[in-house]
Design a binder for this molecule. Structure first.
Ligand code: F0G
Length: 446
C-alpha cells in the first residue's frame, strides 16, 4: 500500500517515490523535479467549503492564514504546532475597470499577492517551506533569489529562529527587496553572476553543506504556493474564470497554479480548468520560445529585463510549467520593456499598483486580446505578484522620463506623472491647481 502524502518524481513514467522527510530536490533516478503526491478523491466538497468559510470567523492563527485555512489541501503538516505563519494570504481580488479598458476587455480582476506580509506572492509558498524546514529540524535555510524569495525567506526564517543565507545577483535586485533581507537579519551574499548561474552553484553547495534549500525546486514551497489559486477560487465562489494570467520567471508559480488546479478538480471543488497564460519579458523569455517551438527548454544565456524579478534565462520548473499551460489550453506570451512600463503605470492609475514583473500580465493580456486569443468578453483574472514599493526607483524613473531599457533605449513615459515644482507662493500654487482642475494627474495633459 502506497502511503499519501509522499514525494514523487514529477515524471509519472519514472514513478520514483521518496519519503516526506527525505531532503531531496531532484529525482535520483531521472533528474526531474519532485512534487508532493496527495490523495484528494475522498473529499466531501460542501463540508469542506463550509469549513473553510467558517474559519474566516476564527481567531486561531492557522485559520487566519490564507494558506493554512486550506490545510486539508496541504496534508504534509500533521500538527498545527509546527506551522510558521506571519500570517500570509488573504490577499484582495480587485475589479480594475481602467486596466480592463486598456487591455480591451469588458472587465478584469487582479488577485494582488503584493498584499502579503513581505509584499509578494512568495509568502504563500514560504510559510510551507519554512514549516517543512522546522519539521526537519533545519537550523539554516538558503535560497538564490532575484529579490522576493530572499525577502520572504529572511522573514520566515527570522520568525522561526533559523539562520537565513541568501545569494543574490550583485546589483540586479530592487532596493526594496534588498532592504528587507538586511532588516530581517539574513546573511546576504551578493555574487557577480546571474540568477541561473548562482542557482546551479548553490544547488551543489546545499547538498555538500547540508543546508536546506528553499528555492521553488523545493516541493513544499509549491504546496504553499498553490493556495493562491485555492483562495482565488474561494473568493470567486468557486466560479472558474476563462483565463488566469501570471508572470513567468523561474516558473515555480505557474507550476503551483497547475498543481492547485489539478488537485481542486480531483477533489471535486471545480469541474473545469481556466486557461493559463504565462507572460515573460521579451529579453528573458525562454519559456515562450519553448512553447512556440514545442520542444525542450533552451536557456537564454544572457537574460535581460528591467523587471529584475523575472531576469531568468534557465527556469528550473519548465516541465511543470509546460504541463500547466498545455493541459489547460493556455498560452505563453512575451512583452516589451515599453509595454511592461506602460501597463505598470495603468495598474497604478487603478489605485492598485504593482512591481514591474507583475505588470507583464496586463501587457500580455493586451497582446492576447489584440491577437483575438482572449475574447473581449472573457472572464480574466491576473495575478499581481509583488507590491509597487518593492521597486520605487523604477516607478520614479518612469514618471520622470528617465527610464531606459537594459540596452540603453529610452522608455517613453506614455502615462508619466512627474512631480511639479512651485515657489512658496500662494498665487502660483492657486494658478497651478487651476491649470489641473480637471482632476487628472499632472502628466496626463501633455
Ligand atoms: N513576479 C515576481 C514579483 C517575482 O519575484 C517572481 C520571481 C516572478 C514574478 C516569477 O515567478 O519564478 O515562480 O515564475 N521571483 C523569484 C525570486 C525568482 O527569487 O524572488 P516564478
Amino acid at each position: 500500500m502506497v502511503r499519501f502524502p509522499h514525494l514523487a518524481c514529477f515524471d509519472a513514467r519514472c514513478g520514483q517515490r521518496y519519503g516526506l522527510h527525505e531532503i531531496v530536490y531532484a529525482c535520483g533516478k531521472c533528474g526531474n523535479l519532485l512534487e508532493v503526491a496527495n490523495r484528494f478523491e475522498q473529499f466531501d466538497t460542501s463540508k469542506i467549503r463550509n469549513a473553510w468559510q467558517q474559519r474566516r470567523l476564527s481567531l486561531a492563527k492557522v485559520d487566519v492564514s490564507g494558506v493554512w485555512r486550506y490545510r486539508e489541501m496541504l496534508p504534509f503538516v500533521t500538527s498545527d504546532e509546527e506551522i510558521v505563519t506571519l500570517p500570509e494570504g488573504n490577499t484582495p481580488l480587485f475589479d480594475a475597470p481602467a486596466a480592463a479598458a486598456y487591455a480591451g476587455l469588458d472587465s478584469l480582476q487582479f488577485k494582488h499577492q503584493g498584499y502579503n506580509p513581505t509584499a509578494s506572492f512568495k509568502d504563500n509558498g514560504m510559510t510551507a517551506g519554512v514549516t517543512q524546514a522546522k519539521i526537519l529540524g533545519a537550523r539554516r535555510v538558503a535560497c538564490v533569489s532575484t529579490g522576493n524569495t530572499s525577502a520572504s525567506m529572511a522573514a520566515y526564517a527570522a520568525a522561526a529562529g533559523m539562520q537565513a543565507v541568501i545569494f543574490l545577483p550583485a546589483g540586479k535586485i530592487a532596493y526594496g527587496k534588498l532592504a528587507q533581507a538586511l532588516e530581517y537579519g539574513a546573511l546576504t551574499i551578493q555574487v557577480e553572476a546571474n540568477f541561473d548561474q548562482i542557482l546551479a552553484l548553490v544547488r551543489e553547495l546545499a547538498e555538500d553543506l547540508g543546508i536546506y534549500l528553499l528555492n521553488s525546486i523545493n516541493p513544499f514551497r509549491i504546496e504553499g504556493q498553490k493556495s493562491i489559486v485555492i483562495e482565488l477560487l474561494d473568493q470567486r465562489g468557486w466560479s472558474v474564470p476563462d483565463w488566469i494570467v501570471l508572470p513567468g520567471g523561474n516558473l515555480g508559480n505557474v507550476s503551483a497554479l497547475g498543481k492547485g488546479l489539478r488537485e481542486l478538480r480531483t477533489a471535486g471543488l471545480i469541474e473545469s480548468f481556466p486557461r493559463v497564460a504565462v507572460i515573460q519579458a521579451a529579453g528573458s523569455a525562454p519559456f515562450v520560445r519553448q512553447m512556440r517551438e514545442n520542444r525542450d527548454l533552451r536557456p537564454v544565456r544572457n537574460p535581460e529585463t528591467l523587471a529584475t524579478a523575472v531576469r531568468i534565462g534557465n527556469p528550473v520548473s519548465w516541465r511543470k510549467a509546460e504541463q500547466a499551460v498545455q493541459s489547460t489550453g493556455g498560452r505563453a506570451e512575451a512583452v516589451t520593456e515599453q509595454a511592461i512600463a506602460d501597463a505598470k503605470a495603468i495598474v497604478g492609475r487603478c489605485g492598485i499598483g504593482c512591481e514591474p514583473a507583475s505588470a507583464t500580465t496586463l501587457a500580455g493580456i493586451r497582446n492576447l486580446v489584440r491577437a483575438r486569443t482572449i475574447s473581449p468578453s472573457a472572464d480574466v483574472t491576473a495575478i499581481l505578484t509583488g507590491h509597487l514599493l518593492k521597486d520605487p526607483d523604477y516607478a520614479y524613473r518612469y514618471h520622470t522620463g528617465q527610464l531606459q531599457t537594459p540596452s540603453g533605449e529610452p522608455i517613453r513615459a506614455e502615462f508619466g506623472n512627474a512631480p511639479v515644482s512651485v515657489p512658496h507662493d500662494r498665487a502660483k500654487i492657486a494658478e497651478l491647481l487651476e491649470r489641473h482642475a480637471g482632476g487628472t494627474a499632472p502628466g496626463s495633459d501633455r
